[in-house]
Ligand binder design. Structure first.
Ligand SMILES: C[S@@+](CC[C@H](N)C(=O)[O-])C[C@H]1O[C@@H](n2cnc3c(N)ncnc32)[C@H](O)[C@@H]1O
Length: 299
């Protein structure tokens, strides 16, 4: 197991990821790596694109089609990351404007490279959006709600910057169910180390279930709340193309994979490989389900 002294950089394990660091023990470790181990790190756009960004790019147009917004709307994409959803808004929705807000400098840099000047990119967080009241008509976020510290505050803030009768909408992975590429990973991780259950996104993110999303949006005082599933195929030509993105360190499962020493990571790799439905030609066909939610800001 990899060793880390969590006091070295002043990060409290409990505050960083809840009580989820049973697999860390104390010893010297560089600050950047400790932070990577203890948080849902979003710093480097390229590995994120390989891991999940490319799949978010497939969900985004289907989510927007479900929203069915008319042309000419002012859009906000909260936690825009490397720009998957923002790019889809530009490509499919004929927006009057698109603003992307994102806390990570690294992701903003990749978003700028990806979508250039088609989207106004601002640094900020969901709880303190750098926008005035009712400045947009539609506020969306893709794969973000479960990572914000206080989703209730985030929704209130998104409602503040959205016009009356405007739309708030989001999608999140079905971590506990049919986000299969992650489920195979975490189920194997927990088999090998029961402590990993505390890091499993299916357990960590109860908000990513349809009933919980509906309750969250309804309790925020929003109207006409609807939830739907969006399924996409996540196909891999071979096992290596499935496994390599987990070595990029961005996101909870890759961060966990990279926290293990090589032998332990090798055992995890082997168990995942044994369990995956690998076709005789080596390819792997999986499903990734997202839960989408939409609601109306009261008039
Ligand atoms: C899984 S990525 C999703 C990125 C992008 N929306 C997509 O669909 O590919 C999660 C994103 O949420 C952002 N994020 C994390 N905490 C946030 C917060 N408090 N407010 C806004 N965004 C946040 C991260 O920086 C990261 O870009």
């Amino acid at each position: 197991m990899l060793q880390a002294d969590t006091s070295f950089c002043g990060i409290s394990p409990r505050s960083a990821v809840g009580n989820t660091v049973g697999w860390l023990s104390s010893d010297f470790f560089p600050m950047a790596t400790v932070r990577e181990l203890l948080s849902d790190t979003w710093e480097r756009g390229s590995p994120y694109e390989q891991y999940v960004g490319r799949w978010s790019r497939q969900v985004a147009p289907r989510f927007l089609s479900w929203l069915g917004m008319p042309a000419g709307k002012r859009w906000l994409d909260v936690g825009c990351g490397t720009g998957a959803l923002s790019a889809a808004i530009v490509d499919h929705c004929q927006p009057a404007s698109v603003i992307g807000v994102e806390p990570s400098e690294g992701f903003l840099k990749t978003a700028r490279e990806n979508i250039g000047d088609r989207v106004a990119l601002l640094q900020g967080t969901a709880a303190a959006l750098p926008l005035g009241d009712a400045e947009v008509d539609v506020s969306v976020c893709g794969l973000v709600l479960n990572f914000v510290p206080d989703p209730h505050a985030a929704l209130a803030e998104m409602a503040r910057v959205t016009s009356h009768n405007g739309t708030l909408a989001a999608y999140v992975w079905d971590y506990a169910g049919r986000m299969e590429l992650m489920r195979y990973f975490w189920d194997a991780a927990v088999t090998l180390d029961p402590n990993a259950v505390k890091l499993d996104e299916g357990a960590r993110f109860p908000i990513c279930r349809p009933e919980a999303l509906e309750t969250l949006y309804t309790q925020a005082g929003l109207g006409d709340v609807q939830v739907a599933s969006i399924d996409i195929r996540t196909d891999f030509v071979d096992f290596d193309s499935y496994w390599r993105p987990f070595l990029g360190g961005q996101g909870p499962a890759p961060a966990y994979a990279m926290s293990l020493d090589e032998a332990t990571r090798g055992r995890l790799r082997g168990l995942v490989r044994d369990r995956l439905p690998i076709d005789s030609n080596g390819s792997i066909a999986l499903t990734a389900r997202a839960w989408a939610v939409r609601a109306r800001v009261p008039g």
